[in-house]
Design a protein around this ligand. Structure first.
Ligand code: NAD
Length: 508
């Protein structure tokens, strides 16, 4: 809990709300002297009590000695006035997210602290340079963006604004790392690192819905069970609240000068207007009884039909596994597509209709199965624009015969998992391309800040850089949408045959 190798500092925390009290707790338990100030009378004292209460649980659980707790308690205090922050080495503000109020605070802080005191903002969406601009010493101003709840979310973004000194970045990074969190350094760009990298899941999930490919529950199921996300985009939007998320989506799109990758969905505004915010209003993409999500309609697939003749495209990348599963379900595999009741294709990046047309198959008897999602986890069955109900039910029954869930979707380039994952990898590559953060910081920030099972570039590497590029190029070709254009970072690494985790060479 407590770090021994970091020099204890005197820290000021301004703003004693949800974030401020977590910041007090984190640094108090790391052994620093912490003073908390809030404009609302009594709020700082309550935050200190709260933080000490949380730390005190460690004593009850035997993780912290009573003496160590007393030593921490002696070093944490609330102050009634901003002047109480004089002499702090670092002041971190976590007040209301309002630029004018934050600018006022920074100007006031400069009159209280030493010229060497580092001033940091926990802003999640404002430009740090806008706060530094009111300071006489902008080189000591940086962003220090924690996530909620601070003690449990083990990452913080150190945001280097244009005039921030390397020393300021280093002081904050050491402070964060010394408290047992991972400091990632990022440029003063929209969404910084974590909220920027997290765009893909929402924008692409919403796009899939917009195109009538699948329901929110189907999208969430495929991404959670098939790809390994803790939550799908619609579950996450319901948790955060669409009223809040819609503003973030719009703001990042605006700040990136209408970059098509971040284009928000027109599905969102009417839902916000209707009050469908999610859990907090009892209804969003799902409906809730209190905190519990109401179960959707149970959907059982048709029974498998033994002896059904099935043709699998010889070039399908998951052919062997698929053939074994279908034979086990009683299908009769045939080499003659013309005689088959169902023809199965496995496109990368493309849709089932294009695949049927390219192979000269009868689209009414053709379906596609996602080769990316492991067959043991969940199967995504994609229809062409013309697939008959009979062909769909035959394929569905056979694929569901061993009890692994099947998601049936309409025609979509890249299924669900391919297009969402390729988008996430591509955004991470763009972040690296633009020098917003290092490869190592992108990877750790996404794992710790977003809870993804892999860093985005490592994920791309597992799928294969060339494969990701193929998915993106096919998506771009079939939709004509520039949001899928691949990052030069990705294209170059694939051209050279090197890992996506390869940073730029350090040139003297
Ligand atoms: N809540 C989150 O999930 C989250 C996550 C990351 C970053 N942030 C950012 O952290 C900051 C704080 O968010 P929060 O959720 O803790 O807010 P909050 O509303 O819970 O707390 C804000 C506190 O700041 C105090 N305050 C307001 N103006 C002040 C001033 N001029 N001087 C001193 N105190 C003042 C308020 O009295 C209140 O106690 C915001 O910038 C927010 O964008 C929030």
């Amino acid at each position: 809990m407590t770090s021994n190798n970091v020099k204890p500092l005197t820290l000021g925390v301004v703003g004693a709300g949800a974030m401020g009290r977590g910041i007090v707790q984190l640094f108090a338990q790391a052994g620093h002297r912490v003073r908390c100030f809030d404009a609302a009378p009594g709020a700082a004292g309550k935050a200190v009590e709260f933080a000490l209460g949380m730390i005190g649980r460690g004593v009850e659980k035997g993780r912290l000695s009573a003496e160590a707790f007393e030593a921490i308690r002696a070093k944490v205090s609330a102050c009634d006035e901003i002047a109480g922050l004089a002499g702090c080495d670092v002041v971190i503000e976590a007040i209301v997210e309002d630029l004018a109020v934050k600018r006022q605070l920074f100007a006031a802080l400069e009159d209280v602290v030493e010229p060497t005191t580092v001033l940091a903002s926990n802003t999640s969406s404002l430009t740090v340079a806008d706060m530094a601009a009111v300071c006489r010493h902008p080189s000591r101003v940086a962003g220090l963006h924690f996530f909620n709840p601070v003690p449990l979310m083990k990452v913080a973004e150190v945001i280097a604004a244009l005039r921030t000194s390397p020393q300021t970045v280093q002081t904050l990074s050491e402070l964060v790392n010394g408290a047992g969190h991972r400091a990632v350094v990022t440029a003063d760009q929209p969404g910084f690192l974590v909220n920027h990298a997290g765009r893909g899941l929402y924008t692409e999930g919403l796009r899939v819905l917009e195109e009538q490919v699948a329901s929110p529950a189907d999208v969430d199921d495929v991404l959670r069970e098939g790809a390994g996300f803790r939550m799908g985009p619609f579950e996450l939007l319901d948790l955060t609240g669409l009223d809040v998320s819609s503003k973030v989506m719009a703001s990042i799109y605006e700040q990136f000068q209408h970059e098509p990758r971040f284009r928000p969905s027109s599905l969102v505004a009417p839902r916000v207007a209707a009050g469908l915010f999610g859990r907090k209003t009892g209804e969003g993409w799902y409906t809730y009884d209190g905190d519990t999500r109401r179960a959707g309609p149970a959907r059982t697939g048709p029974a498998p039909r033994a002896g059904a003749a099935v043709w699998i495209a010889p070039q399908a990348s998951g052919r062997a596994g698929l053939a074994a599963q279908l034979s086990g379900a009683g299908a009769r595999l045939t080499d003659d597509a013309a005689q088959a009741e169902v023809c199965i294709v496995q496109p990368w990046g493309g849709d089932a209709s294009h695949a049927a047309a390219e192979l000269g198959l009868d689209a009414s008897r053709t379906v596609a199965v996602d080769p990316l999602v492991p067959l043991a986890l969940r199967r995504t069955l994609m229809l062409t624009a013309l697939t008959s109900a009979a062909a769909r039910d035959t394929a569905w029954g056979l694929l569901a015969a061993d009890g692994v869930p099947v998601t049936v979707i309409n025609d979509s380039p890249g299924f669900i998992a391919q297009r969402v994952l390729a988008t996430i990898v591509n955004i991470a590559a763009h972040i690296a391309q633009r020098g917003i953060a290092s490869v190592a910081d992108i990877e750790d920030a996404v794992k710790l800040g977003l809870g993804y099972p892999h860093g985005p570039l490592a994920w791309g590497e597992r799928i294969g850089g060339a494969r990701i590029l193929e998915i993106l190029r096919t998506l771009q070709a079939q939709t004509g949408d520039p949001r899928y254009r691949p990052s030069p970072w990705l294209v170059r690494r694939v051209a050279l045959g090197v890992s996506l985790l390869t940073p730029e060479a350090a040139r003297a």
